[in-house]
Write a protein that binds this ligand. Structure first.
Ligand code: USQ
Length: 400
C-alpha cells in the first residue's frame, strides 16, 4: 500500500516508516523538524541520540533496500502539501504531524495559540488537500484518549447511544479535554468527522493512550535508525521520563497522589495498531473511532513497575510525590473500551516490566546525556499560568 506519513521524523513517525516498509508498504513522508526545535527550546535533548535526516535516510535505504520518499515541509504550506500528495497519490495518510505536548500548550498565550494554529490548521489543510488530490485515500488521524477527559462513566469508542426526553440517537461521546493541546485534537475530530460526512472522505480517528518505549525490533542495531526518547517536562511522557530518571538515580517524579489513571501502550503495540488500521480501511464516507491502548494503570502503579524493572537490572529507585503542576483529577473512575482493534486482530503485549527493562538497557549507555540535564527534570509549567518549580510532598517507596 502507498502510505504517506506526516511527521515522519518524530517519535512515532520514524518507527512507523520502518515498521510499514519492513512489511512491504511503500512509504513517503514529510516533516518540518519542529520536534527537534521544541525539545531544544526546553533546554533538553533526546536521551537516545537522533541522527540528521540525511543520515537517517541513508541508513534506511541500506537496511530496507529502498529509499524513503521524503520532502521537508510544513502542513501549513498548503501549496507544498497539495503538490506532494498529488505526486505521491497515497492510499493511506497517517497524520502524526502535530505538536503533541499538553504542558507545552499551557506555557503562555503564545504557545497555546501556536499549538492551535499548528495543529488545527495543519489538519484542516490535510483534509482539503485530500479532497482535492486523493479523495479515496484513508486518513489515519492520531487523536488522543485525552479528548474524552476522565468522565465518571465508561468511555465508548467515539460514539454512544443516548436517550433524552424520550428520543434516542447515536451521538459523539462528550469530549472534556484537559489542556489546550488536547483540545486541538477535539477540534480535529470534529473537522475530520465533518469532512467524511460532507465530502465522502474516509478516516480512522485513533484515540491513543500514552506511548512508551525506546525501540521496535525492525530498527536493528544501526544507531541512525533508532527512535528519539525525550525526558523533559513537555515532550517526555510519564514512563519515558521515569525510565530516564531511574538510570541517573534521580527520584521518579509522581505528580500529586499518582492516582491519575490513563491507557498506556508500548511503541511496538502502537505500530501494530496503526498498521491494523491502515490495512483495514473504512468504507468511503465512513468516520470511525478506535481507542488505542494496551491497558489502564494509575501513574503510581507504573512508577512501581519501573522500580520493579530497575531492580531486575541492578538499579535502585526512589519514588517521590511532587505537588501537581497540572490541574487534573488524581482520583477518578476510568474504564474506556478498546474492542475495535481487538476485533481486527490486535494482540496486546501485556508486559510493561519487560518493556521497561529493554528501555533501561537502551538508556544506560546514554546516562551522561540525561545527567547533564538533570536540572530540568522537575516540572515548572503550571496549568494556572505560573512558572514555579514543583516541590516534594510525599515519598512512596525506595527500592534497591
Ligand atoms: N505525570 C507524572 N509525572 C511525570 C509526568 C507525568 O505524574 O513526570 C502524570 C501526569 O500528571 C498525567 C499522566 O502522568 O496525569 C500522563 O502524563 P504524560 O505527560 O505522560 O501524558 P499526557 O500529558 O496525557 O500526554 C501524552 C502525550 C500526548 C498524548 C497523550 C495520550 O504527550 O501526545 O495525546 O499522552 S492521553 O494521556 O491518553 O491523553
Amino acid at each position: 500500500m502507498r502510505v504517506f506519513i506526516a511527521g515522519i521524523d518524530g517519535y512515532l513517525g520514524w518507527a512507523l516508516a520502518q515498521y510499514l516498509t519492513a512489511r512491504g508498504h511503500h512509504v513517503a513522508g514529510t516533516d518540518k523538524f519542529l520536534r527537534r526545535a521544541w525539545v531544544d527550546e526546553m533546554g533538553s535533548v533526546s536521551a537516545i541520540p537522533v541522527f540528521s535526516i540525511e543520515e537517517r535516510l541513508a541508513a534506511f535505504e541500506k537496511r530496507y533496500g529502498r529509499a524513503l520518499d521524503f520532502r521537508a515541509g510544513d502542513l501549513l504550506d498548503y501549496a507544498f502539501l497539495r503538490s506532494y500528495l498529488a505526486d505521491f497519490q497515497p492510499e493511506a495518510i497517517v497524520h502524526l504531524g502535530e505538536m503533541p505536548s499538553a504542558p507545552y500548550s499551557m506555557i503562555d498565550q503564545e504557545h497555546a495559540a501556536f499549538t492551535h494554529n499548528n495543529n488545527v490548521i495543519g489538519s484542516l489543510n490535510l483534509l482539503w488537500a485530500m479532497r482535492e488530490t486523493c479523495p479515496d485515500a484513508h486518513l489515519v488521524k492520531l487523536g488522543t484518549m485525552g479528548e474524552y477527559g476522565t468522565p465518571n462513566m465508561d468511555i465508548p469508542e467515539g460514539f454512544f447511544e443516548i436517550e433524552f426526553r424520550g428520543r434516542k440517537d447515536r451521538m459523539p461521546f462528550p469530549r472534556q479535554a484537559n489542556s489546550f493541546y488536547h483540545l486541538t485534537k477535539v477540534h480535529d475530530s470534529n473537522n475530520t468527522m465533518f469532512a467524511c460526512r460532507t465530502w465522502g472522505l474516509r478516516s480512522t480517528d485513533i484515540m491513543q493512550g500514552v506511548v512508551f518505549g525506546t525501540q521496535i525490533d525492525e530498527m536493528g542495531d544501526d544507531p541512525a535508525l533508532r527512535s528519539r526518547l525525550d525526558f523533559d517536562q513537555c515532550f517526555g511522557t510519564a514512563i519515558n521520563r521515569f525510565a530516564c530518571q531511574t538510570v541517573i538515580g534521580h527520584p521518579i517524579t509522581l505528580y500529586g497522589t499518582g492516582g491519575q489513571t490513563r491507557g498506556f501502550l508500548p511503541m511496538r503495540d502502537s505500530m501494530q495498531c496503526l498498521t491494523i488500521a491502515i490495512e483495514n480501511p473504512p468504507a468511503k464516507g465512513e468516520y470511525r473511532v478506535f481507542n488505542q491502548f494496551e491497558e489502564c494503570y494509575t501513574i503510581e502503579e507504573l512508577a512501581l513497575k519501573v522500580a520493579d524493572a530497575a531492580g531486575q537490572v541492578g538499579l535502585s529507585t526512589e519514588i517521590l510525590h511532587y505537588d501537581n503542576p497540572r490541574t487534573e483529577r488524581d482520583s477518578h473512575y476510568y474504564n474506556p473500551d478498546r474492542q475495535n482493534l481487538i476485533d481486527l486482530g490486535y494482540k496486546p503485549s501485556h508486559d510493561v516490566v519487560a518493556e521497561v527493562k529493554i528501555m533501561l538497557n537502551d538508556l544506560l549507555p546514554h546516562r551522561e546525556r540525561i545527567m547533564a540535564r538533570r536540572d530540568i527534570l522537575v516540572p515548572d509549567i503550571r496549568w494556572n499560568g505560573d512558572r514555579r518549580r514543583s516541590h516534594v510532598i510525599n515519598q512512596t517507596v525506595t527500592s534497591s
